[in-house]
Design a binder for this molecule. Structure first.
Ligand code: NAD
Length: 288
């Protein structure tokens, strides 16, 4: 039985830990939050209180952390993965992170006899729990092949898009599209309502037509029209993803006017929509 460690047991990491355990892996988790560790222990996941304690006892380490800076810390800080794990360990980063950070860490881990695969995810906390995430995977062919049984326990579909960092490029591109779709869907529902067509009727029509997207097919019925706004994905995290897209666009030197408009509106939303709110709140962009 492969021993798998998971660092970061939040909305996504919790579901991943439970899915991996259900698939038969020997799972150990850790998180900086004592409360989060306790919650997972209550759900039957073995937990330890620090990265070093986890890294010493597993063959594969899955990361589900908020930002690239935190991923980097967990790998490189004293008592981190480079310090505490044995050669041969495979790190799978499911966080949405910066491709440059990922490439740097891949080089450092390789130099220590370890390996990195980036496997950021789409699908939210619900799909993490059922093990049906969509994954965009970066890494060498051999490393990805080794990661495959673990990825399969967490995902319904994995697409290997290139070397280390490529998964994060694809994830940033995906979330930029989702960020844009939320804004345009918010605008067309307001436009149609103003012209006499209610939002639910409009969406039924669009979902049988060429304008449809995951936002119109999933987000609107699940979290927006019913006013639930409980997707488990926060404004703070989506603003981070949009910032990653803006950075990638800036460093490319390409002319991307729509990307500029979308990233500008999301950045502006920080003034009126709090970090802890659901990311779907952006549809009320007329109040930005
Ligand atoms: P979260 O904030 O719910 O969970 C992150 C966890 O990491 C928290 O429990 C936090 O205490 C822990 N943590 C922070 N610093 C740590 C450290 N140094 N060591 C150990 N643990 C630490 O976030 P989430 O929603 O689970 O998202 C995790 C990642 O997945 C993010 O990169 C996010 O962008 C991405 N993501 C989230 C969703 C979603 O729907 N929530 C979907 C796709 C991708």
């Amino acid at each position: 039985v492969t021993a798998v460690g998971i660092i970061g047991l939040g909305n996504m990491g919790r579901g991943m830990a439970l899915s991996l355990q259900r698939a038969g892996f020997a799972v150990t988790g850790t998180d900086v939050s004592v409360d989060v560790r306790q919650q997972l222990a209550d759900e039957g996941i073995s937990t330890v209180d620090c990265v070093a304690g986890l890294a010493a006892r597993v063959e594969v380490i899955v990361l589900s952390l908020p930002t690239a800076a935190i991923v980097s810390q967990v790998v490189t800080q004293p008592g981190g993965i480079l310090d505490s794990a044995s050669p041969g360990v495979l790190v799978i980063d499911t966080s949405t992170s910066h491709p440059d950070t990922t490439r740097q860490l891949a080089v450092q881990l390789r130099a220590a006899g370890m390996a990195l695969v980036d496997a950021p995810v789409s699908g939210g906390a619900g799909k993490a729990l059922t093990g049906e995430l969509g994954m965009m995977v970066g890494g060498s062919r051999a490393d990805v092949a080794r990661a495959q049984p673990i990825l399969a326990a967490m995902s319904a579909k994995c697409v290997h898009v290139g070397d280390a960092g490529a998964g994060h490029v694809a994830k940033i591109a995906n979330n930029l599209m989702c960020a844009a779709h939320l804004l345009v869907a918010g605008e067309v529902t307001r436009l149609a309502e103003h012209a006499g067509v209610p939002a639910d009727k409009l969406l039924s029509a669009i979902n049988a037509a060429s304008g449809r997207s995951a936002v119109t097919e999933v987000n609107y019925p699940t979290w927006i029209l019913n006013d639930a706004f409980n997707s488990g994905f926060t404004m703070q995290l989506m603003r981070k993803d949009v910032r990653l897209a803006a950075e990638l666009a800036d460093s490319s030197g390409l002319v991307l006017p729509l990307t500029q408009a979308v990233t500008g509106l999301w950045q502006q939303s920080a003034a009126t929509i709090a970090d802890g709110e659901d990311f779907n709140r952006i549809v009320a962009s007329d109040r930005l």
